[in-house]
Design a protein around this ligand. Structure first.
Ligand SMILES: Nc1ncnc2c1ncn2[C@@H]1O[C@H](COP(=O)(O)OP(=O)(O)OP(=O)(O)O)[C@@H](O)[C@H]1O
Ligand SMILES: NC(=O)c1ccc[n+]([C@@H]2O[C@H](CO)[C@@H](O)[C@H]2O)c1
Length: 183
């Protein structure tokens, strides 16, 4: 994709000392309060005003219909439950995997701090279910993707969608910047 930048929600986690702990001793990471969301929104708005390329993105002077288009991919686990971001997205993706697969993939990840025993069933999965219910109540137009498909297949589907949508934008004559959420 041309002129593509990425913002990752995980880069906005508060330090451990500022994250709440529940009565079982579980740090409450899987809630919006564990993140500096205002800072994330402000970074997104800065990009909207001036779409500079971030870190590993490629600059391509590939233009669609003579208009230079910039694309921002925002990836994270709690994007669609935060009101101030609701108006930002052009396309919203939500990757789903079943409980067992999620537990298996999670067990191979090492976060800092690492998950204590019982954290997935005691905090991560219940918070996911709660946020998903809330998201489905409040947000529409989400494209659900089956996260058990191969990464290549998922990539290709998303890439094709974006290219097609950009072509439509081109036909309708509007221009500007694009925001893609990936949760
Ligand atoms: N489509 C897929 N098929 C098989 N394995 C996958 C797929 N997508 C991701 N994985 C694996 O699952 C693990 C977690 O993936 P990933 O980092 O994308 O999850 P995540 O939900 O974004 O986690 P986090 O938000 O904490 O970074 C990794 O080991 C990754 O290689
Ligand atoms: N990146 C971090 O600081 C951090 C620390 C502890 C836990 N997590 C987990 O990241 C996931 C989202 O990507 C959440 O499920 C957090 O539990 C992240």
């Amino acid at each position: 994709l041309p002129n593509c930048s990425i913002i990752s929600q995980d880069d906005f986690f508060k330090p451990e000392s500022e994250v709440d702990i529940d009565d079982r001793g579980f740090l409450q990471y899987d809630v919006l309060d564990a993140l500096y969301m205002e800072k994330m929104v402000s970074n997104i708005h800065s990009w909207m005003t001036n779409p500079v390329l971030t870190g590993n993105s490629e600059s391509m002077h590939d233009s669609l219909n003579g208009t230079e288009v910039h694309i921002l991919i925002v990836e994270g686990f709690l994007l669609y439950n935060y009101e101030p971001l609701n108006e930002v997205w052009d396309i919203k993706y939500f990757l789903t995997i079943p409980y067992e697969e999620c537990k298996k993939r999670r067990s191979s990840r090492v976060y800092k701090p690492a998950d204590p025993p019982g954290y997935f069933d005691g905090h991560v999965w219940p918070m996911y279910l709660e946020h998903r219910r809330e998201m489905e109540e409040k947000t529409s137009d989400i494209v659900y993707l089956d996260g058990t498909k191969s990464q290549e297949e998922l990539f290709s589907q998303v890439h094709n969608d974006i290219v097609q949508d950009l072509k439509k934008t081109k036909v309708s004559g509007s221009s500007g910047n694009w925001f893609v959420g990936r949760q």
